[in-house]
Design a protein around this ligand. Structure first.
Ligand code: PEP
Ligand code: MG
Length: 295
């Protein structure tokens, strides 16, 4: 099988009926980005920046973040690179950021909620992203969005950070701002969110756990915590339809994106970008090449 998959490596991922799909990589570091490029990824669909913040007592500074983001952008010239803002909290605590003890961390101060509650931390990341933007095709997305005010507050902070950089005479650029769809709230208000976000990326790992009310880390409920449950598929279809109607692109960056059994459903729903671990790319490519979206 490995040899058959290898033979497809240079075939652009286009379905039998001519629908072009972007097959991108999920990464957590610059080293991952290098591996993703070797694996033939067409850009990055999810850079989990929290990995820069884990396993250390301090926080990465603006220059350190700028160097990491710039390096990833430079590895993928001509391709979109989607960097996700800090997604700390839930099952991902960072020692450098204190969060009060929570009874339900998955329902707590995590993702964009934590960033907006710690503007001094978020500000540094936004400045580093603005400064990295001229190095490539940067897109930025927010994790755990549940309400439009989170997009609005972030846009206000970006405007503020840009004004600071102008005043300081530091080179910077711009980026599209999208959201992850991974809460039921984001699905139910997808039309409102699509009006304010530049793109959607569906995080099927968290979306599955929240739609099914089944902890993604608890093996006792693994039978329910499945992205192919009809309830989760309905959520994916609804969010994608809302984005498509608003003229915005939808990608998927949870595990489902790399699952050949789910790729036909995702593409028929209107998803046009699939981001996955580099190891999943060859089978995903074959699934795309074998599919006819309209038939
Ligand atoms: C997701 O929730 O599907 C996702 C891609 O993000 P993470 O697995 O990092 O929570
Ligand atoms: Mg998630």
């Amino acid at each position: 099988e490995a040899r058959a998959l290898d033979a497809l490596r240079d075939r652009p991922p286009v379905t039998r009926d001519g629908v072009a799909v972007v097959l991108a990589a999920n990464i957590g570091s610059v080293a991952d980005a290098e591996k993703a490029r070797e694996a033939g990824a067409m850009g990055v669909g999810l850079f989990r920046t929290e990995f820069l913040f884990l396993d250390r007592a301090d926080l990465p500074g603006e220059e350190e973040q700028l160097a990491a983001y710039s390096r990833v952008l430079e590895l993928f010239p001509g391709h979109d690179v989607i960097i996700r803002t800090l997604d700390i909290g839930g099952d991902k605590p960072a020692r450098g950021i204190q969060v009060p003890r929570e009874d339900n961390p998955f329902l707590g101060l995590r993702g964009i909620r934590l960033c907006l509650a710690r503007p001094e931390v978020f500000r540094i990341q936004l400045r580093a992203l603005l400064r990295a933007a001229p190095r490539g095709r940067l897109m930025v997305m927010l994790p755990m969005v549940a309400d439009v005010h989170e997009i609005r507050e972030t846009r206000a902070m970006i405007a503020q950070a840009r004004a600071e950089l102008v005043a300081e005479g530091l080179a910077h650029g711009d980026f599209a701002l999208g959201i992850m769809v991974e809460t039921p709230a984001a699905v139910f208000c997808a039309e409102d969110l699509a009006a304010e976000a530049d793109f959607f990326s569906i995080g099927t790992n968290d979306l599955t756990q929240y739609v099914m009310a089944a902890d993604r880390t608890n093996p006792g409920v693994a039978g329910l915590c499945r992205a192919d449950n009809p309830a989760v598929l309905a959520a994916i279809a609804r969010a994608t339809a809302a984005a498509t109607a608003a003229g915005k692109l939808t990608g998927v960056c949870g595990e489902a994106a790399g699952d050949p059994a789910l790729i036909p459903f995702l593409l028929r729903a209107g998803v046009r970008e699939l981001s996955m671990s580099p190891a999943a790319l060859p089978r995903a490519r074959r699934a795309v090449l074998d599919l006819s979206v309209s038939g």
